[in-house]
Design a binder for this molecule. Structure first.
Ligand SMILES: NC(=O)c1ccc[n+]([C@@H]2O[C@H](COP(=O)([O-])OP(=O)(O)OC[C@H]3O[C@@H](n4cnc5c(N)ncnc54)[C@H](O)[C@@H]3O)[C@@H](O)[C@H]2O)c1
Length: 272
């Protein structure tokens, strides 16, 4: 497992939506260990505040602000909190997302709208609002190193499955929105990239983790034969937001343990 690189994001401000728990919290811990100051937004207030308390205990500068990413005013307030607290915005991770299950013929209008609002409109509002504060940062800091927006897609941006309809459509939209944002923000020294995680051990996959049969389906459809730890996804986000990725924009990097390259299934027995 990768270890944090001390000072890699020293003094940068990093905003993370959906940062109260799961992979969002893993991004927070990774960037904090590399010197960043944090702003976490979420709708789970108790968990968000608890996560910030734990980070503060470890000596990290972090604040929590309630932010429903479907509401422009709340997204703007989140970014304002970052500027008010730290005077700059360098990295934004548009991570908030929800999954939904159901057959195509059963999908309700309400569920379609809910998933699209959080997973697509939320990423748009987050990126637009963050980019404006990054441009303000660029004007203010003469030797600013540039900004990075990391959108969270999924392997479902390009793969579909039974029993899931708006989710893959929404993640496909995040993949394309990343390309759109990358060309519009390039002239402002802002790179825009996306991560497409494969199945990762969080609350979103709780039912899979609790059911050996469901888990096995994930595992044999993945070359590395296991689900990701949230920290493994966070390590890639740190790289993408760092100077090591300075010539990378408009790409979706699939952090999937070899899920997308596997056509059929892994053999039952591992090679010795
Ligand atoms: N876990 C996986 O297997 C997996 C795989 C691919 C992609 N992803 C993506 O990674 C991201 C994080 O997922 P996770 O696995 O950590 O799940 P999670 O459910 O633990 O975290 C999602 C977070 O988003 C927050 N959120 C939901 N609606 C929101 C809203 N309207 N405004 C603000 N915050 C909101 C939730 O409260 C939660 O804290 C999501 O975008 C998800 O689609 C996860």
């Amino acid at each position: 497992m990768s270890t944090p690189i001390p000072g890699r994001h020293q003094g940068k401000t990093v905003v993370i939506t959906g940062g109260a728990r799961g992979i969002g919290l893993a991004y927070a811990q990774r960037f904090a260990a590399e010197g960043a100051n944090l702003v976490l937004g979420d709708v789970l207030d108790a968990e968000g505040r608890e996560s910030v308390r734990a980070l503060e205990k470890a000596g990290v500068k972090a604040i929590y602000a309630r932010c429903d990413v479907t509401k422009k005013a709340e997204v703007e307030a989140l970014m304002d909190a970052a500027m008010a607290s730290y005077g700059r915005l360098d990295v934004c991770i548009a991570n908030a997302g929800v999954v939904s299950h159901g057959a195509f013929l059963d999908v309700t209008e309400a569920d379609w709208d809910r998933v699209m609002a959080i997973n697509v409109k939320g990423v748009f509002l987050t990126g637009q609002s963050a980019a404006k504060r990054m441009i303000a940062t660029r004007k203010k800091i003469a030797d600013w190193g540039g900004g990075a927006i990391v959108n969270i897609a999924s392997v479902n941006a390009v793969l579909v499955q039974h029993n899931s309809v708006p989710y893959p459509v929404s993640k496909g939209a995040v993949h394309l929105l990343t390309r759109v944002m990358a060309i519009h923000l390039a002239d402002y020294d802002i790179r825009v990239v996306a991560i497409g995680p494969g199945p990762t051990k969080t609350a979103m996959e709780a039912k899979v983790m609790a059911d050996p049969a469901k888990r096995r389906i994930r595992e044999i459809r993945t070359a590395l034969r296991r689900m990701a730890e949230p920290e493994e996804v966070a390590a890639v986000a740190s790289f993408l937001a760092s100077d090591d990725a300075s010539y990378l924009t408009g790409q979706t990097l699939f952090v999937d343990g070899g899920r997308l390259v596997l056509n059929y299934m892994m053999p039952d027995e591992r090679a010795s």
